[in-house]
Design a protein around this ligand. Structure first.
Ligand code: GDP
Length: 419
């Protein structure tokens, strides 16, 4: 599946999944690849019934994530999932990944809530201004409490939380979520991955009341943090009009992008409940490469000359290498994020950091179960490059005619890791 990179950069999400060890980062990532794979399949065959067969096959084969960046598709969007280590010991690695992603999903354990390591990663993300949504996982566990986890997000992370969902049922009886924006209930009964959609009128009266209250709270958070929304809200209060869903979504998006608050959703990855609406939230609320500030860099040899590169294919090439891995089949693979211009296979580029020319070999987009060779890749995108001999983590690749060194963090001891 190809998307037109020149016009659709707004439909690209470069995200990381951050989590304390054991909160369910691996399971959640696998389920994302799993659902986006189903999506891909349905898109190709137009056969919804193929879903379960495909799911069983894939479960047998097992989806594993071995890439530093995996590309998948959700609806008509392209999502690059950048590997973000969960170990607090890898602070440098975390910072390195935070450098190349535009937004993140923070996964929390539904019983433990925010744990100390999550606080560390959260602070790093705050330092780099990375917009985040929170996914409260493992709500099927005994002792899980969505309210408690939201409380820990507020208290331990000192974050303003815009709660977008309410769980339906708890622990073993966790069945689904109420989407407080659209006021619909999404239910996954039994072990089936196929959600059922209900209007709020179709759910029990006590849940309806709870949902109305939670929605009021959400509206309040939006009004407190967004003047534009506050004005619409006041007018609506006066006139008795209902604020429409796109207006609410736009306010949530602005708040998340400006880091005024984090949006909170929930589920259980293990039981396949809540992952799809979480992916919808990634699309709806996390930034595209067009939503983040232009990349800054300086002229090689003269750090006082600051330059900016817009995320556009018409700008000169600038790209940052963020991981070098040894692939069992391909050999040395350099993962890069292209910030501006187009990276083309078979061309010469300048490693501006080292002042050395490098030849770009093959370019790949890594998917869950296959790698796809592509001839070129544009601004805002992430790929793996073969053939770069001298480029290490943190170094800039640039157009030899327009050299730039991208503002980069310290990357001590660049190592080649086994993929
Ligand atoms: P990671 O260390 O953050 O990558 O966590 P994993 O995805 O490896 O999950 C840690 C453990 O929690 C594994 O045994 C998973 O099967 C389990 N787990 C993950 N998600 C859920 C969930 O939603 N519910 C329950 N009950 N267990 C889960």
């Amino acid at each position: 599946m190809a998307i037109d990179l020149t016009t659709n950069l707004a439909k690209v999400r470069n995200i990381g999944i951050m989590a304390h060890i054991d909160a369910g980062k691996t399971t959640t990532t696998e389920r994302i690849l799993f659902y986006t794979g189903i999506n891909y399949k349905i898109g190709e065959t137009h056969e919804g019934s193929a879903t379960m067969d495909w799911m069983e096959q894939e479960q047998e084969r097992g989806i594993t994530i071995t890439s530093a960046a995996t590309t998948c598709f959700w609806h008509d969007h392209l999502i690059n999932i950048i590997d973000t280590p969960g170990h607090v010991d890898f602070t440098v690695e975390v910072e390195r990944s935070l450098r190349v992603l535009d937004g993140a999903v923070a996964v929390f354990d539904g019983v433990a809530g925010v744990e100390p390591q999550s606080q560390t990663v959260w602070r790093q993300a705050t330092k780099y201004g990375v917009p985040r949504i929170c996914y409260v996982n493992k709500l099927d566990r005994t002792g899980a409490s969505f309210e408690f986890v939201v409380k820990t997000i507020r208290e331990r992370l000192n974050a303003t939380a815009a709660v977008l969902q309410l769980p339906v049922g708890a622990e073993a009886d966790f069945q689904g979520v109420i989407d407080l924006v659209g006021m619909r209930a999404l239910m996954w009964r039994g072990e089936t991955a196929i959600g059922e959609d209900y209007t709020v009128e179709e759910i029990p009266a006590d849940l309806q009341v709870a949902a109305e209250e939670a929605r009021e709270e959400l509206i309040q958070v939006l009004a407190d943090n967004d003047d534009e929304f506050a004005e619409i809200w006041l007018l609506a209060e006066d006139s008795g009009d209902v604020i429409d869903v796109p207006t609410i979504k736009a306010a949530i998006r602005r708040g998340v992008l400006d880091n005024k608050f984090t949006a909170v959703v929930c589920g259980t990855s293990f039981k396949n409940k809540g992952v799809q609406p979480m992916l919808d939230a990634v699309i709806d609320y996390l930034p595209s490469p067009l939503d983040v500030p232009a990349m800054e860099g300086f002229k090689p040899g003269d750090e006082t000359v600051v330059m900016h590169r817009e995320p556009s294919n018409t700008e000169p090439l600038s790209a940052l290498a963020f991981k070098v891995a040894q692939d069992p089949h391909l050999g040395r693979l350099t993962y890069v994020r292209v910030y501006s211009g187009i990276l083309k296979a078979g061309t010469q580029v300048l490693n501006a950091t080292k002042g050395k020319k490098e030849r770009v070999g093959k370019i790949y987009q890594m998917h869950a179960n296959k790698r796809e060779e592509i001839s070129e890749i544009g601004a805002g995108m992430i790929c793996a490059v073969m053939g770069l001999k001298d480029t290490t983590t943190g170094e800039t690749l640039a157009d030899p005619q327009a050299p730039i060194i991208l503002e980069s963090m310290e990357f001590p001891n660049p190592v080649i890791e086994q993929a």
